[in-house]
Design a protein around this ligand. Structure first.
Ligand code: EPU
Length: 422
């Protein structure tokens, strides 16, 4: 029997939380440690299942990884690693794609099956591969296994235009370029804050990068990168999850370490819904005491637009609003797997193509539901906190990929929830 999360809903949330380091920073940072010739310390790394899978990959590649309380210390291998990645961790997460460039540098070749991860619709890796090909890499598929080989003189800098601003491909090509021969220009790059964080880390190791966080990034390759210590940026999607839960339940919560500039459109939607939001030095405070209003149609988009990962959780927070809302995801096809769970809780919602329509004035009651993916699972927790009565949520393995302990997160704010071990 699997673990279930029970949630006794209907209590306003009150108190403060410290945001953990961003999953989507930590995962590429862990892969990037392979580019370094010295030890790396990453501060405040949450215990997520995707982090555990990354540690398995690093260990399989010969790194020594140790946890010292909240920090992870990674010592790179002294010998070139074998370029074959173990299928288990690769298939467990999309972020195994981040190992392509670092392993190419370390081993001259890499082979792995197609990365796995949440089922959010088609998630090809052609932009990663096209960029690597421009840097001289040979790509072949052999019986479903991706095999890449470095040119004899190593990766070569190149002028690369991304077909679309893929977050992951920008990170792959940044990691490829910092140790390539010569200079690289990435055009049409993604601008998410996690890319700026990766660039800050790499600069801390001695890499030459300018323009990261804008659509054009210049990189001058270096023969060698040192180790460093780095504190990853806080998790803006965990921030959005807590903020959305306060919208749903009412109450008042302070989000310490929250960078409100990275959450602009999410905060605007929550304000329009009737929340009071006060950014302050070191975080922000969100409160709702009055009625919740529908917000009309919201489109997700590439940064700095409304983040696709925030759409299911914010939608969950607005299920009981008076007046309609709709969330349309322009990035991923299958964002709203949580719709069935919302319906089971009595919400008036409809999935229509890439959109989730919330018809308004719904009352939520506790129900037995199952997470189908990470953010959809977190959205079910947000809905359950706002519902009357008890919910039981399965599929926790999805939620644990991005929230170290979602029960503890909301218990600290007065929520009544916990794990029933299977
Ligand atoms: N795409 C391609 N080809 C590629 C790469 C992407 O067609 O080679 C398409 C994808 O199919 C998708 C769109 O481009 O439709 C965006 O993909 P992107 O590469 O930007 O996303 P990602 O790097 O795979 C990261 C986050 C996701 C987040 C997306 C969008 C990490 C580890 N993951 O994924 O986070 O949804 O950017 O912002 O950074 C999550 O945290 O739950 C999560 C799924």
């Amino acid at each position: 029997m699997e673990d279930l999360l029970w949630v006794q809903g209907g209590r306003p949330l009150e108190g403060e939380v410290w945001l953990p380091a961003a999953k989507n920073s930590v995962l590429p940072l862990l892969a990037a440690t392979l580019l370094c010739s010295g030890p790396v310390i990453l501060h405040g790394v949450p215990v997520l299942s995707d982090v555990q899978q990354s540690i398995l990959l690093l260990q399989a590649l010969g790194c020594k990884v140790s946890r010292q309380n909240e920090d992870l210390a990674i010592v790179p291998p002294t010998q070139p690693p074998c370029g074959t990645l173990p299928a288990g961790p690769v298939r467990a997460m999309r972020s195994s794609v981040f190992y392509l460039a670092p392993v190419l540098h370390a081993a001259g070749r890499v082979s792995m099956p197609m990365p796995g991860g949440c089922d959010l619709g088609p998630r090809p890796i052609d932009i990663h591969l096209d960029g690597l090909v421009k840097m001289g890499v040979r790509v072949a598929w052999q019986q479903g296994v991706l095999c890449l080989e470095c040119p004899p003189r190593g990766l070569q800098g190149a002028d690369i235009t991304l077909r679309l601003p893929s977050v992951g491909a920008t990170e792959t090509l940044l990691m490829a370029a910092v140790r390539a021969h010569g200079s690289t220009v990435l055009r049409g790059a993604a601008c998410e804050p996690e890319i700026g964080d990766l660039a800050d880390f790499l600069r801390g190791c001695g890499a030459h990068i300018s323009g990261a966080g804008s659509p054009v990034v210049w990189i001058q390759g270096a023969d060698r990168l040192s180790g460093t210590e780095h504190t990853p940026i806080p998790d803006r999607i965990v921030a959005a999850t807590v903020a959305a839960a306060v919208a749903g339940t009412g109450g008042q919560v302070t989000l310490n370490r929250c960078r409100s500039e990275a959450l602009g459109p999410v905060l605007e939607v929550l304000r329009n819904a009737g929340c009071e939001i006060c950014p302050h030095e070191g975080g922000l405070c969100i409160a709702r005491s009055g009625p919740l209003q529908g917000v009309g149609r919201v489109y997700t988009g590439i940064y700095p637009a409304f983040a696709t990962d925030a759409a299911p959780v914010v939608a969950a927070g607005l299920l009981t609003a008076r007046g309609a809302s709709a969330f349309e995801d322009t990035i991923l096809e299958n964002r709203f797997s949580c719709a069935d769970g919302f319906l089971a809780m009595g919400a008036q919602v409809r999935r229509s193509g890439r959109a989730l329509e919330i018809l308004g004035a719904g009352r939520l009651r506790g129900a037995e539901v199952k997470a189908q993916d990470l953010r959809g699972g977190a959205a079910l927790v947000v809905a359950a906190l706002a519902a009357e009565g008890e919910s039981r949520i399965g599929g926790l393995c999805h939620i644990r990929r991005g929230y170290a302990d979602i029960a503890a997160l909301f218990c600290a704010l007065g929520g009544s929830l916990g794990i029933a071990h299977g």
